[in-house]
Design a protein around this ligand. Structure first.
Ligand code: FRU
Length: 324
């Protein structure tokens, strides 16, 4: 349809080589492919705040229609986001929050709730008596702070639950400290890790010490597919994981509503839930179905495009013949 204006969306991703991030990028690409008038450009800041700022600067220079940002840190990128906002370019923040309200919309699950779900799971499995190692995320990210906050809100109500807290730097298990904690406390029953990758790393270390069957491991993210958290639950490596959706397709949908001049809510909450051995199969079946439907749609889109090409060559040929 020639009347449709082209739409340019710029997405500033913060972290590379990470299954949760790549699945967010993929969800955005799939959603974009369903809208032929939309093009999506993704820059990855590779964990560097300075690069993320430059990437967003570039989107401003290129005058994209909407900028989607998944922040690496909550503070350093505030000025460039406020700059985009001042220039009238809508900005959608996904996942990690920023300490400013000068953006168009935020999209993400509630990380305090994520922490509470993990806390309640430990309370109910242990009946309020447990020794826990909490591996919390970095303090300069909102998920790091909020997951820990929600977790503490619950477990601190139970004097029978003792928690040792370690901090993960750069989304990695603090291996030496974790080994030390396992060696100094012989009766650890639970590990609550900031995400599934760290939960898996802690399981591997515990396995080397033949402790993996004495401890229940709980993570966050619940990505579907071969190396994701849902599979780890099915394999019995993790006791459970708390689903933390990436919001990739929702971010594109939200961007298109904004381009369509719709007034959108400032805060857009994604759902979270506990995944354990009782629902892991159902969850992965549902996600698999969605993936199959998406690839069916993508295939149909490319068939339509080919038909359109054929049709336009034929009609050009016809015009040529008529003009002769
Ligand atoms: C991936 C990740 C996820 C986590 C999110 C929080 O880079 O660490 O595991 O849920 O980022 O920002």
């Amino acid at each position: 349809d020639k009347d449709k204006k082209e739409v340019f969306i710029g997405f500033s991703q913060s972290i590379d080589h990470d299954i949760w991030r790549t699945s967010m990028d993929h969800a955005m690409e799939v959603e974009t492919s369903l809208h032929p008038e939309v093009s999506l450009k993704i820059y990855n800041a590779n964990r560097k705040s300075k690069k993320q700022i430059r990437d967003i600067e570039k989107f401003i220079e290129d005058k994209v229609d909407v900028i989607i940002v998944s922040p690496f840190e909550s503070d350093s990128i505030i000025p460039v986001i406020e700059k985009a906002n001042a220039k009238g370019i809508p900005v959608i923040i996904v996942d990690r929050k920023i300490n400013s309200s000068n953006y168009t919309a935020y999209l993400g699950a509630d990380n305090v709730e994520v922490g509470r779900i993990a806390g309640k799971h430990i309370v109910s499995l242990s009946k309020g008596h447990a020794n826990v190692i909490e591996i919390k995320g970095s303090y300069n990210t909102s998920p790091g702070l909020e997951r820990s906050l929600g977790f503490r809100q619950i477990v601190n109500q139970y004097p029978g639950i003792k928690v040792i807290t370690l901090e993960a730097q750069n989304d990695e298990l603090p291996k030496n400290e974790f080994v030390k904690a396992l060696e100094s406390y012989s009766d650890i029953n639970y590990v609550f890790a900031y995400n599934d990758v760290i939960a898996y790393q802690s399981w591997s270390v515990a396995k080397q010490k033949k402790l993996e069957n004495k401890i229940k491991f709980i993570g966050v993210d619940g990505i579907n597919g071969p190396n994701g958290g849902i599979q780890l639950v099915k394999d019995g490596v993790l006791e459970s994981t708390v689903l933390y959706p990436t919001g990739g397709s929702e971010a594109i949908k939200l961007a298109l509503r904004i381009v369509g001049k719709e007034i959108v809510p400032k805060n857009n909450k994604l759902n979270t839930l506990l995944i354990d051995s009782l629902n892991a199969d159902i969850m992965s079946n549902q996600f698999d179905k969605i993936t199959i439907q998406q690839s069916d749609i993508e295939q149909q889109q490319s068939i339509i495009k080919n038909q359109e090409k054929k049709y336009s060559t034929q009609s050009n040929l016809l015009k040529l013949l008529i003009s002769l």
